[in-house]
Ligand binder design. Structure first.
Ligand SMILES: C[S@@+](CC[C@H](N)C(=O)[O-])C[C@H]1O[C@@H](n2cnc3c(N)ncnc32)[C@H](O)[C@@H]1O
Length: 227
């Protein structure tokens, strides 16, 4: 390949990489300007619309091989599986569930993925030891936690998550939920207030484009102190 061709190829690669992905406007690094009145419209339905946006969520999680994650309310293990691939065989995903039948199904499903450890957890905590996790992940589980127990639960997660670890919550945005759906949703404002009370600081909160769900990412408050 001659010099001119190499230059043109480099220009093409830079142009492609710097173009925003079509339809992704509220996610990290993208403009929040509203150019089209339909751009915030829900495009994905069903009970777990955010699953169709898993690529974006996994980018946000930015897991590395060897990381230790607790997937609280793992359910059928859908996120567990994705995160297990990201942490690799040297990592661990503890799939916490309060329902024994779901634990049993996950044990069967993940028999060939030794980094996945499904277990029956209590309703008021993970039952895990101090500073053992890089990430505590709750997808559509936060609203299930014991009524009036949210701040205590978040305090518990602070002890379980390493000082440089993160807490990630995905929930249906309550102000966007209709009717009975509101009982299965949460407000990002209330979540942030409860997390602050428990010693977490909000690093990023974004709508998951095409859904009515948000993702909120928190870090330990101590990280933000003076040097
Ligand atoms: C709506 S499902 C979410 C499943 C999965 N995380 C997802 O987003 O696809 C909520 C799950 O949380 C579990 N759950 C409810 N309360 C819990 C608690 N206190 N600790 C752990 N899991 C809980 C339920 O058994 C259920 O499987």
């Amino acid at each position: 390949m001659n010099r001119a061709c190499r230059f043109l190829l480099a220009v093409a690669v830079v142009t492609i990489l710097s173009c925003p992905t079509p339809g992704v406007y509220a996610d990290t690094g993208q403009s929040t300007r509203i150019d089209n009145e339909k751009q915030h419209a829900r495009t994905v339905g069903g009970g777990y619309p955010y699953r169709e946006k898993s690529e974006y969520v996994l980018e946000e999680l930015d897991l590395k091989p060897g990381d230790v994650v607790v997937d609280i309310g793992a359910g059928d293990g859908w996120w567990t599986e994705k995160m297990a691939q990201a942490v690799g065989p040297e990592g661990t995903v503890r799939a916490a569930e309060v329902t024994q039948s779901k634990v049993d199904k996950m044990k069967e499903k993940f028999a060939d993925l030794p980094q996945v450890k499904p277990y029956l957890c209590p309703t008021d905590g993970t039952g895990l030891e101090e500073s053992c996790c890089d990430l505590a992940f709750l997808s559509k589980t936060y609203h299930h936690l014991n009524k009036d127990g949210h701040v205590a639960y978040l305090r518990h997660l602070r002890s379980v998550v390493k000082p440089t670890g993160r807490l990630v919550v995905i929930e249906h945005y309550r102000a966007l939920a209709a009717g009975g759906g509101r009982d299965h949703a949460w407000s990002p404002g209330l979540l942030t207030q409860q997390a602050e009370e428990a010693g977490w600081i909000l690093v990023r909160c974004e709508l998951i484009t095409g859904t009515q769900h948000f993702i909120a990412i928190f870090a330990h408050k101590e990280l933000f102190g003076a040097r």
